[in-house]
Design a protein around this ligand. Sequence first.
Ligand code: ADP
Ligand code: MG
Length: 373
Amino acid sequence: MKVVLQNLTKKYPNRNRKIKQDVVAVNDFTFEIPDGKLIGLLGPSGCGKSTTLNLISGLEKPTSGHVFFGDDDVTNLPPENRGVGLVFQNYALYPHLTVQQNIMFPLQNLKGEAKLTKEQMIAKAREAANLVQLGDYMDRRPSELSGGQQQRVAIARALVKIPRVLLLDEPLSNLDARLRLQTREEIRRIQRETGITTIFVTHDQEEAMSISDMIVVMSAGVVQQIGQPQTVYDDPVNLFVAKFLGTPPINVFEGEVRSGRLYLAGDPVLEGLDVPDQAVFAGVRPEGFVLQPEGPMACGFTNVEVMGRDTSVVSTHPAAVSTTVRAIIGAENRVEPVDGLVRFALKPNKVFLFDAKTEERISFTIGGGRDHG
Ligand code: ADP
Ligand code: MG
């Protein structure tokens, strides 16, 4: 089922009564979610992710704008008539009911033609339980399951009516790291198997990047960028998006472009840029540094961290916005600081420039060559 958000806006009266101005939780969100895809809705806490999801589910009504499922305008439909499956952070299972009874629960109040016999309900519950690989746990109670299994029960319960759209709001936040990894792969598998259009909300960029067909990055109620995870990582539209994606995060420097050169703390580190003279923020991905004895960028060496396959060089730089600069280099490289300095050259396609005022991306090419923006 295709889902269309059309100029969707939601304002709330400020919770702080002294502030008269409304909170714009979602601001003019327009997006067509293709049928059968898994969309990761990503952004920091308070940016409007849950509100967006609640507008799609019908738990909230928009201040303005529309929601379509396929060609149906569902903006004024109550949640129970939209055919959505919902999963929240806290599994909200009934503790006194078994797995089977929990999964069957949404089927019990079906009316009229949709009404099912007990046998039909059990069969459907079993099917949903098998999908989340809990077929052998039908008689257990939630307290007898791990957190990951409980969340899978919640997912089975959301799937049992075969929803048109599956909405997951930070479903993995209560799980420990290992279970989080496992369960997110599980969600991806279930989504592929069922082909149900799914919107997955998270504040964890790695989580969103790893399982989504497309990600939507939000900040303060406003969509910043929509695209395939790798595309957004390689081609961020602004400093916010560049900083939000990637672990370790992008290194940001205050810099200046003069006569086609990028200067950081007075040193030219890239040449031949077709960018007018201006103050910029320069973002360098950790994998954008190349160790080079005569390299143009000199950093104060702090230490080396070996992390299996990669080596991380931690250093400082006077133009860096944060206290440390982190470079990832192949483990075969030897780091040999001279006079406490380690020198790098930069890979131009891993360097992004942003307007110092607007923080919007400035595209550039080097020496009339390939476009890096
Ligand atoms: P997220 O899920 O990304 O953390 P939310 O969608 O929950 O963000 O909230 C977005 C903004 O809207 C926040 O500033 C939040 O405080 C505000 N907000 C959410 N719900 C309400 C409400 N019922 N009343 C007032 N403000 C709200
Ligand atoms: Mg939320």
